[in-house]
Design a protein around this ligand. Structure first.
Ligand code: 13P
Ligand code: SF4
Length: 343
């Protein structure tokens, strides 16, 4: 494709959400990334939270954590460039030990992944012997390696139910655990709280942790009330990392890709997305006749570390290479592959 055609496509797609001078600058960088991507036999995976100019120009595939893990498991390219956060790039490496996996930023962490260590999981296992451990993919490889199976927000309830166990340890997102408890009808207990009188360790079916997403924990019932008062017809979509109260007050809650599909398939003209603000821009660009409200006071600083400039540098300099020690990778792969097999 010529540069003029590429630029025009970006201008048409992004004109409602990105200032025109910015599109001119970013189109040049994106065009060079795509040239280099082909030259180096690379694939670019882009999470739904990438900023709109990046999201709509360079990824071969966009999606949520589960969708991108599935694609990472199938690619035949030599290099995987992951435009997302570190735990996502690590998951790609876990599934592709022979390939070079690049993360365009040096850190790109996640408050959930930072909330738990492999030692924490070992302690929980010692405290609750025989209870299976389901771990959200928003964790690092050593934590996945201590787990029986991983899950994402799009399959958490199905994974928990597939355990066929009275009790499940669900780590590390407190809110996702409580939302999954609502969906599956399971009780939940947090091991840090005092036991109630007469309660034994296995009186409960879901054992949670205290991790939270620093973005989604900030949305409140008050936000929802304020928006509904101003826009009575608004449809409110919340990510499952929001509190159960916020989820209950919303019209729909799910993973990022399921939220996107909901907007695509619905006729309503106005939506509020309780999730990373950039996703609202991405949906608005793809659905120009629908209006997206978003509360952009809360942003994910980690996802926002990924830029077009750094993605170009990643391909030029082969940086930053993701490595996972083989003994950890093999055990983590079991948990991730088991999740992919469940769906
Ligand atoms: P999804 O798997 O729904 O894309 O969520 C990932 C994430 O980090 C949300 O904050
Ligand atoms: Fe982690 Fe939350 Fe950022 Fe997602 S939005 S990467 S869960 S901090």
């Amino acid at each position: 494709m010529s540069y003029e055609t590429f630029l025009n496509e970006m201008l048409v797609k992004l004109k409602h959400v990105v200032p025109e001078p910015e599109i001119y600058i970013k189109a040049e960088i994106a065009y060079e990334i795509n040239r280099l991507k082909a030259e180096r036999n690379a694939v670019i995976l882009g999470h739904n939270y990438m900023e709109p100019a990046l999201y709509h120009s360079i990824p071969d595939y966009v999606g949520d954590s589960l969708g991108l893990s599935r694609i990472a498991a199938q690619t035949d390219k030599d290099i995987i460039v992951f435009c997302g956060v570190r735990f996502m790039a690590e998951t790609a490496k876990i599934l592709n030990p022979e390939k070079t996996v690049l993360l365009p930023a040096q850190k790109a962490g996640c408050s959930l992944a930072a909330s738990i260590t492999a030692e924490d999981v070992r302690s929980l296992r010692a405290r609750f012997p025989g209870v299976p451990v389901v771990t959200y993919v928003n964790t690092y490889a050593d934590v996945k390696a201590e787990s029986d199976v991983c899950c994402t927000s799009s399959n958490a309830a199905a994974v928990v139910e597939s355990m066929n166990s009275e009790a499940v340890i669900f780590l590390p997102d407190e809110y996702l655990a409580r939302n999954v408890a609502q969906q599956t009808g399971k009780h939940i207990i947090f091991p840090s709280r005092q036991k109630a009188e007469g309660e034994t360790d296995l009186d409960y079916q879901l054992i949670g942790w205290h991790g939270r997403c620093e973005v989604h924990e900030q949305f409140t019932i008050r936000d929802i009330e304020d928006i509904r008062a101003q826009y009575p017809d608004v449809i409110i979509l919340a990510h499952l990392e929001c509190s159960p109260e916020v989820v209950a007050a919303s019209d729909f809650s799910a993973s990022t890709t399921a939220m996107i599909h909901y907007v695509e398939q619905s006729d309503a003209p106005l939506y509020l997305l309780l999730t990373e603000c950039a996703m609202g821009d991405n949906i608005a660009a793809a659905n120009p006749h629908k209006e997206m409200l978003r509360l952009c006071r809360v942003r994910c600083p980690h996802m926002n570390e990924i830029t077009l400039e750094d993605t170009l540098a990643a391909l030029q300099k082969t940086q930053y290479v993701i490595e996972v020690p083989e003994d950890i990778r093999v055990r983590a792969a079991r948990a991730v592959e088991r999740m992919i097999a469940i769906g």
